[in-house]
Design a protein. Structure first.
Length: 291
């Protein structure tokens, strides 16, 4: 049975209000907003054991209509890998060990390995995708726990593309990456859907981040932002569908309380209205690639 979320994963407040309710491919999805900090999160949501079963068996089927890799998914992943490489390359002259969490078929890992000639390691819970990535010669674990048991050395780049919004405790997870997985002067590369332009409310998305709540999540996890961009690549030339951030462990821990965001519902309404209007006026620039 799904469980109610009683405290905000960013600020710890127990005060929340309904934000959005819909059916996503036949399943009810309810999101609430924290009345203290403005974080939007799914509640009720899958329990941890339900989520394990979901990602092992059902997620790709629900999301992509197939448990195995699809041609459309491969096309989107290749274009996204190119976009992420262009984002980091001006700031990242070398990468010796790259970990991609949620690596799927390993397309991003292989793309970065070609650019940087470093070692590539992945984590992917979906069995069909993991096996395919392993067939391509990549070292891929089913979970971060398995990777840690294997005593892998630390990584100077950890990437998580469209992963953070799926995790039940983003602050705890990112803090763990900083203290146990990433090298002290390493870089973390993140991309998530943007609450102010992306549909966001899918059954597997436990959080819907705005630029503000994402940067606050990183700050509370002990990271500081090196580069931040809102953009639509590779799907749209017009809408800031995604938030992409390169960050590093903060020199000094910033323990200031979470800075609240106001006007979240209004910003979401305006963003989605803007999307509808521009999609009608410029359909080809608005949607270049579905995915
Ligand atoms: Zn909160």
């Amino acid at each position: 049975m799904p469980e109610d979320v009683t405290t905000c994963a960013l600020c710890g407040s127990t005060r929340s209000a309904p934000f959005d309710r819909r059916a996503f491919r036949g399943r009810p999805v309810t999101n609430r907003i924290c009345l203290n900090c403005g974080l939007v999160y799914q509640s009720p949501r899958m329990t941890a054991s339900e989520a394990d079963a979901f990602y092992a068996e059902e997620y790709r089927l629900l999301q992509e209509g197939s448990a195995g890799p699809t041609a459309r998914n491969v096309t989107v992943q290749k274009a996204r890998a190119e976009s992420l490489a262009e984002f980091v390359q001006p700031l990242l002259p070398s990468v010796s060990r790259h970990l991609d969490i949620g690596c799927s078929l390993g397309i991003l890992l292989r793309h970065f390995r070609e650019k940087y000639q470093g070692q590539a390691v992945g984590v992917e819970p979906g069995e069909a995708h993991r096996i395919q990535a392993q067939k391509e010669g990549l070292n891929v674990y089913a979970s971060l726990e398995e990777l840690e048991k294997a005593c892998e050395e630390r990584f100077d780049l950890v990437s998580m593309s469209h992963v953070l919004e799926h995790l039940p405790d983003p602050v705890g997870y990112l803090a763990h990456l900083r203290t146990a997985i990433l090298s002290p002067d390493g870089r973390l590369l993140l991309e998530v859907p943007n609450l102010y332009a992306h549909d966001s409310f899918e059954v597997a998305h436990l959080f819907a981040f705005s630029p503000h709540t994402l940067t606050e999540t990183l700050r509370r996890s002990g990271f500081e932002v090196v580069k931040f961009e809102q953009h639509g690549r590779p799907n749209s030339a017009l809408f800031p569908l995604y938030l992409t951030i390169l960050c590093r462990p903060a020199a000094q821990p910033d323990l200031a309380p979470v800075r609240p965001e106001r006007g979240v519902a209004r910003k979401r309404r305006i963003g989605m209205l803007w999307r509808r209007v521009l999609s009608r006026l410029f359909p080809h620039r608005a949607w270049q690639m579905q995915g």
